[in-house]
Design a binder for this molecule. Sequence first.
Ligand SMILES: NC(=O)c1ccc[n+]([C@@H]2O[C@H](COP(=O)([O-])OP(=O)(O)OC[C@H]3O[C@@H](n4cnc5c(N)ncnc54)[C@H](OP(=O)(O)O)[C@@H]3O)[C@@H](O)[C@H]2O)c1
Length: 299
Amino acid sequence: MNRASTAVVTGATSGIGEAIARGLAAGGTTVILVGRSDQRLDQARRRILAAVPGADLRPERADLSLLADVRALAERLVARHPLPDVVISNAAVIAEVDDTTTEGIQRTLATNHLAPYLLLRLLAGPLGDRPARFVVVGASPSALARVPVDLDDLGCASGRGLGPLPSLRPFTCYGRTKNMNAMFVYGLARRLEGTRITVNGVHPGIIKGTGLGRGSRGALRLLGAALSPFQPGPDTGADTPVWLATSPEVDGITGRFFVRRTQAATAPHTTDPTRCDRLWEESARLVGLSPTMATHSAA
Ligand SMILES: NC(=O)c1ccc[n+]([C@@H]2O[C@H](COP(=O)([O-])OP(=O)(O)OC[C@H]3O[C@@H](n4cnc5c(N)ncnc54)[C@H](OP(=O)(O)O)[C@@H]3O)[C@@H](O)[C@H]2O)c1
């Protein structure tokens, strides 16, 4: 694959997601921009058009913290022609630990893990034996090695193991969902074997000029402000995701995690098949899908 025909980018209204959308649009791809606010979608569309005149951009509003919105988004994407040949799951938040959605799910868990879990599973079936690439934006494998997913408490409700500093607990909860991203990539790739859909994870780098953590209080916010002069911007963060979505160099590569266009190992607690299966099954229960996936072999 040299150029995607139609790509879906979640969290395209800001930061790395907007840069990914701009990068794909510059290569001639039709980009479906997914965001939760019509106004921010329109602003992002205008900024991308200013940088890439004539870009083919299709805004789709969905609040990805809500399973109902994710399902409705998947239905609209499946009804469109052509089906997307690239889906980049990039949207994420760092919400307060006690922040639950109207569906009763902790917001960081719902947005960062359950949304891509549900969306990619709902798209994989209709894609059938068509070629497609799924890319899941995770985070730094080395930093995340210290925050294994608590499989008995995906939404961090017990507060167990979140650390002594209350202002950093949302970040630990976020880190666990980013480990779930890698575990989901490995579990999904295994279940998509025999199809022409690949799925890979990526750490975009530590990137300044994005909105991540803007809703957070205290130490996390200060940390972000202190580090920012030394960090690259969103275009650098978009580089590996766009490469994974379009480059012939990664044709057929699946179930891997990348940092700076290079395969990287993630912590053993993310690769353990028993742990990955437990996460898969509990996620299926939370989103209301069967743990078993029906796929179409390309053979
Ligand atoms: N920046 C870094 O240093 C860094 C490091 C490691 C990993 N990452 C990862 O990179 C990805 C992008 O992060 P970023 O730094 O670019 O942050 P960002 O600027 O805050 O972008 C996050 C995007 O997600 C969207 N989003 C959040 N909640 C949503 C919801 N409920 N429904 C729909 N969209 C929602 C946001 O939309 P709104 O515009 O409506 O808020 C925004 O467009 C994330 O997966 C993050 O974990 C970033």
